[in-house]
Design a protein around this ligand. Structure first.
Ligand SMILES: *Cc1c(COP(=O)(O)O)cnc(C)c1O
Length: 361
């Protein structure tokens, strides 16, 4: 890798593809002859409108978003959707089902309780969120306005390997940390949302994909800026959208297309994760936190035999150019976040480092 860059295993904000950063750098003071940076442009200008439209169209094509669904580019982070989803959707029956499989779904669950009758459809808390409940374990209410889950649990390193069957109940899904890493049948969902800073773009952009008929039934006190209908009607431009991040997403989507699109990326990311899990499973010192069958391809959580050795591993890894491998305090140990932009070479080298550490300690 160029420019003395490190292999950055941060959970988010995280690595962006080097080609994307270089292209953004080349265009940063004068975007395609406009005489200004994308950061300096009116969001109502023709030049920016084209960036916006192209990015939206590319996203629709690469993520296979069908007709009848709107793609919104909003601010506020994924966390703002923890409030927006219930405010906009719970009005139909006043009830919703939540699967709590980690930190972020738990926050969403608690937030939703302000707005209606929220039921715990499943929880993995009994084993510290090391697994994903099976379809049989989901206790679903056919009268729920929606069913909510988080596709990839960034902190715990678990990932849903199936789309829950909820009958006619719309599904709301937080895909912040695995969007664009695997093909998704969008037609199975009511709302998909994701903060951009894990797998898509710099922090500040939130992508929301919504089945259009679900909008327009918000609770009367829904804040203007959280109203899906307002944002659909104004094509995300009720106010100033996160212009620079939308531009960056466009560059990332071009890069993704060159990797073979989402199916190409799925093959690459699965191979990367498998390499890492194989090395950890074969080691004498390390164990993985997540149970087999629930392991995430995006966030690999693992630990050694002692706290001292965990600290030593993190320190020596950082000195060798593998940064941000310390695990979240809820799990301890280590976490390697290996989103789309982490090159395969970074995983190969980390695997060598782990094997070497395993031998020496
Ligand atoms: C990071 C993350 C969030 C929080 O995103 P913000 O954009 O900081 O609000 C929510 N859900 C998941 C799954 C995440 O990984």
């Amino acid at each position: 890798m160029g420019n003395d860059r490190v292999y950055n295993f941060s959970a988010g904000p995280s690595m962006l593809p080097l080609e994307v950063l270089e292209r953004a750098g080349a265009e940063i003071t004068n975007y395609q002859g406009s005489g200004m940076s994308v950061m300096e442009m009116s969001h109502r200008s023709k030049v920016f409108q084209k960036i916006f439209d192209d990015t939206q169209a590319k996203f629709r094509q690469l993520f296979c978003v069908p007709e009848g669904y709107k793609i919104l580019f909003l601010q506020g982070g994924a966390s703002s959707q923890f409030s927006a989803a219930p405010l906009n959707l719970i009005g139909r029956t006043g009830k919703a089902d939540y699967a709590v499989t980690g930190n972020f779904s738990n926050i969403a669950y608690k937030e939703a309780k302000k707005y209606g009758a929220i039921r715990l459809a499943a929880s993995s808390e009994d084993r510290n969120h090391t697994y994903i409940p099976t379809q049989d374990q989901l206790q679903l209410d056919p009268e729920a306005s929606y069913f909510y889950y988080c596709a990839n649990n960034t902190i715990y390193g678990t990932e849903w390997q199936y789309v829950p069957d909820t009958g006619s109940v719309p599904i709301v899904c937080d895909m912040s940390s695995d969007i664009l890493s695997r093909p998704v049948d969008v037609s199975k969902y009511g709302v998909i949302f994701a903060g951009a800073q894990k797998n898509m773009a710099p922090a500040g952009l939130t992508v929301v994909i919504i089945r259009e008929d679900l909008a327009g039934h918000e609770l009367p006190y829904t804040p203007l800026m959280m109203n899906y209908k307002t944002m659909i009607d104004k094509d995300s431009m009720y106010n100033t959208p996160p212009c620079w991040c939308i531009y960056m997403l466009g560059l990332v989507l071009d890069w993704l297309e060159a990797q073979g699109g989402v199916p190409g990326m799925e093959a690459i990311k699965h191979k990367k994760a498998q390499m890492l899990y194989d090395v950890l499973d074969r080691s004498k010192l390390f164990t993985c936190a997540a149970e087999a069958g629930s392991r995430s391809d995006m966030n690999v959580t693992f630990r050694s035999v002692s706290e001292e050795l965990n600290d030593k591993f993190v320190q020596e890894a950082a000195a060798a150019g593998f940064t941000n491998l310390k695990g979240h305090r809820n799990v301890g140990g280590m976490r390697a976040s290996i989103y789309n932009a982490m090159p395969t070479e970074g995983i190969e080298k980390l695997c060598d480092f782990i094997q070497d550490f395993d031998k020496k300690n």
